[in-house]
Design a protein around this ligand. Structure first.
Ligand code: LLP
Length: 422
């Protein structure tokens, strides 16, 4: 996003034009920015470890147009559920281009996962006999919880370590692979998810070392040649203007150094190195355009907008910060204001105090930054405030990539039994 005079543009399109054409609230993605983020990360990792591939964790933003950009760039898909496997299929990816990393799977999940022929990543040793009951995945990995996790989003998003619900305990890992090998599985990988939104490059090599010390022993003792080792996602982005971003070049170098030294320490055949980030690709490549509907002066001065916690759940859910710009007014004098959405819940008062232009008025457009990851994907319908639309900008071109929900969408799967319909 850039500013021309007082007006903001996404790509080459003024936010005013986008709001007028598609309405508000509106998620807007910048195709060029997603490609640039992807290429930056890919070239950093390939430079230090050429046999490298990214799988895009589609849970962060599941619009097929966005996933297609990453597919065009060469990414596979990391799917958390059967529906995400189907989404990958819809954009032309299947088999070994898809990693199925679900957790606490049902029998139906397992059956459909096996039928789709994707890489099966098991979150627990107890899943192994349940999977084998229905068939044998061609390539299988276990998600290992190396005993440590971290996240800039706080404890909410720490997906590894003793308090996480994910992954195999290190002490179960040898047994899990032993049983899988004894059952006839021939092709193996290994996986972890170290946490989300981490901007410290050293952390990635630290956690890689923990994983490799577990997996290296398995490879050596069971004589398994791992085809891949997937270090998960977690590549962070800054949310506050004063925060530093992740030095991706340093992260790639440190991870590759640790990885290569552990591969040689344990005498492993060099596996493909994989990662499955999402936030780093799409997080800073989307904005929400909202509109100020009314401003109230009561106990506090509160700006009421059409961007509620149902549009962007992260602030109400995790206390996350998202920067807000006011179109046309950024250079004006500031005052401490509150800002909220239109829902009947006080968690919808999602900015309690923020320095915003004191001239902010009804009808103004606000722009919320870093909305590409876990933004639309975590939006919901509540109070009859339905999910917004999504648009994609590519230079001066723009496209609607998901329509705004309407009343019919709200009642689509409901039914009123006959005795109540009188
Ligand atoms: N792989 C697995 C198995 C995951 O569970 C996740 C995210 C990723 C990859 C991608 O992680 P990333 O590179 O985006 O950090 N809703 C939270 C984030 C939850 C992360 C869930 N797992 C938020 O809004 O911050």
């Amino acid at each position: 996003m850039r500013k021309e005079g007082n007006e903001f543009l996404i790509g080459d399109v003024p936010v005013k034009t986008l709001a007028a054409k598609y309405g508000t609230p509106l998620y807007v993605y910048d195709e060029q920015k997603i490609r640039a983020n992807y290429r930056k990360a890919k070239s950093a990792f390939e430079k230090y470890y050429p046999d490298f591939r990214f799988f895009y964790a589609v849970k962060a933003c599941n619009n097929p147009a966005i996933a297609s950009i990453l597919k065009q760039e060469g990414a596979g898909i990391d799917a958390a559920s059967v529906n995400e496997i189907l989404l990958a299929k819809k954009i032309g990816l299947g088999g070994k281009d898809v990693m199925f990393s679900g957790n606490f799977l049902s029998d139906d999940d397992i059956k459909q996962g096996l039928e789709s022929g994707v890489i099966f990543n098991l979150d627990d040793i107890s899943l192994l006999p349940r999977v084998l009951k229905f068939g044998e995945p061609e390539i299988m990995s276990f998600r290992v919880n190396p005993g440590y996790g971290r996240s800039n989003v706080g404890e909410f998003v720490t997906n590894a370590g003793p308090n996480a619900k994910f992954g195999l305990h290190p002490d179960q890992t040898m047994e899990a692979y032993r049983l899988a090998k004894a059952a006839g599985i021939k092709r193996f990988g290994a996986h972890m998810m170290p946490g989300s939104c981490i901007t410290d490059p050293e952390y990635f090599s630290f956690i890689t070392k923990l994983l490799m010390d577990i997996i290296g022993k398995v490879g050596r003792e069971l004589k398994i040649d791992f085809e891949f080792i997937d270090l998960g996602g977690g590549l962070g982005i800054p949310y506050k203007p004063e925060e530093d971003g992740l030095d991706i070049e340093a992260a790639a170098r440190l991870v590759a150094e640790t990885f290569k030294s552990k591969v040689s320490e344990f005498g492993l055949k060099p596996p493909r190195l994989m990662m499955e980030p999402a936030r780093f690709f799409v997080g800073n490549a989307a904005w929400i355009i909202g509109k100020v509907h009314s401003i109230k002066n009561s106990y506090k001065k509160i700006v009421g907008t059409d961007v509620g916690m149902n549009t962007l759940a992260r602030p109400a859910m995790y206390g996350s910060y998202h920067h807000i710009y006011v179109n046309g007014k950024e250079d004006d004098k500031r005052e401490t204001l509150g800002l909220c959405g239109q829902l009947c819940e006080n968690t919808d008062f999602w900015v309690k105090e923020r320095e915003l232009p004191s001239t902010i008025a009804e009808g103004d457009l606000i722009i919320i930054e870093n909305a590409g990851a876990y933004g639309y994907a975590m939006s919901y319908q509540y109070n009859g405030r339905l999910r917004p639309a999504e648009a994609l900008v590519n230079g001066k071109d723009h496209y609607l990539i998901r329509g705004r929900e309407n009343f019919e969408d709200m009642v689509r799967h409901t039914a009123v039994p006959g005795h109540l319909a009188i």
